[in-house]
Ligand binder design. Structure first.
Ligand code: ADP
Length: 207
C-alpha cells in the first residue's frame, strides 16, 4: 500500500457546465497553496495537428464526454509534466480538479494517484441560468462547443446522466455545497471557508 501514501491531495470543483466553477478555479489558482487544473482547458490547449486532439475535439463539439481512458491518460501526463517542471508542488499545493472526474469510472481510475479530501459542489438548479451563462461565455471565449444551444443542452444532459453519479461515489461528509448564485467574491468566500481547513490539514508545516 506504500503507493497510496504518495497520492496527491485534491479538492474537486464539481458542477454542471455554466455553474461558475471555472471562474472560481481561475481566481483560486492565483492563491498560494492551490494548483488548479481543468481538463476542458487542457483539451483545448492540445496541439490541433495531432490525431488525439482531433478526436477529442469531435467529442467536445458533439457535447459528449471524451472516453475515460484517454481523458485520464492525458490528465496524468499533463499533471506529471507540470510536476516535473516544478510548477505543481504536491508537498505544498492542494490540487483543485475542475472537470475531472466526470464519470464513476474516472473516479476509480484516478483513485490510485489522487486523494480526494473535499468536493465543492456548485449547485445550480436553474437550467436556463446555466444555458444563459454558457451563451454569454461563447461570445467572450469563442469556444465552438458553447456556440450552439443544442450542444449546450446536450452537455447539460450528459452531465445529469453521467456525471451526477460521481457525487454518490464520495462519502457524503466530503461534499460541501457552494451557492454559486452570488457575486464572484461571495462565491470565493464560500469556497475558501471550506478549502482553508483542508489546506491546513494536508500541509500542516506550510504557511
Ligand atoms: P463544461 O464544463 O462547460 O462543459 P469543460 O471546459 O469542462 O466545459 O469541458 C469541455 C468538454 O471537454 C466537455 O464537454 C467534454 O466533452 C470534454 N471533457 C472535459 N473534461 C472531461 C472529462 N473529465 N471526461 C470526459 N470528457 C471531458
Amino acid at each position: 500500500m506504500a503507493k497510496l501514501l504518495s497520492r496527491y491531495p485534491a479538492a474537486l470543483v464539481f458542477g454542471a457546465p455554466g455553474a461558475g466553477k471555472g471562474t472560481q478555479g481561475e481566481i483560486l489558482t492565483r492563491v498560494p497553496g492551490f494548483f488548479h487544473l481543468s481538463t476542458g482547458v487542457i483539451f483545448r490547449k492540445l496541439d490541433p495537428q495531432t490525431e488525439e486532439a482531433r478526436q477529442i475535439s469531435e467529442f467536445c463539439k458533439r457535447g459528449e464526454l471524451v472516453p475515460d481512458e484517454l481523458t485520464v491518460s492525458i490528465f496524468r501526463n499533463w499533471l506529471e509534466g507540470r510536476r516535473a517542471a516544478d510548477k505543481y508542488k504536491p508537498r505544498e499545493q492542494l490540487l483543485l480538479l475542475d472537470g475531472i472526474p466526470r464519470t464513476v469510472n474516472q473516479c476509480q481510475l484516478i483513485e490510485r494517484y489522487i486523494d480526494v479530501k473535499l468536493v465543492l459542489y456548485f449547485e445550480c438548479s436553474d437550467l436556463e441560468v446555466m444555458v444563459d451563462r454558457i451563451r454569454r461565455r461563447a461570445v467572450l471565449e469563442g469556444r465552438p462547443d458553447d456556440a450552439s444551444e443544442s450542444v449546450t443542452r446536450k452537455r447539460l444532459e450528459t452531465f445529469q446522466r453521467e456525471t451526477t453519479p460521481v457525487l454518490e461515489y464520495y462519502p457524503p461528509e466530503l461534499i460541501k455545497k457552494i451557492d454559486s448564485s452570488g457575486r464572484p467574491a461571495e462565491v470565493l468566500a464560500g469556497c475558501l471557508a471550506e478549502l482553508i481547513p483542508v489546506l491546513k490539514a494536508s500541509f500542516p508545516d506550510e504557511g
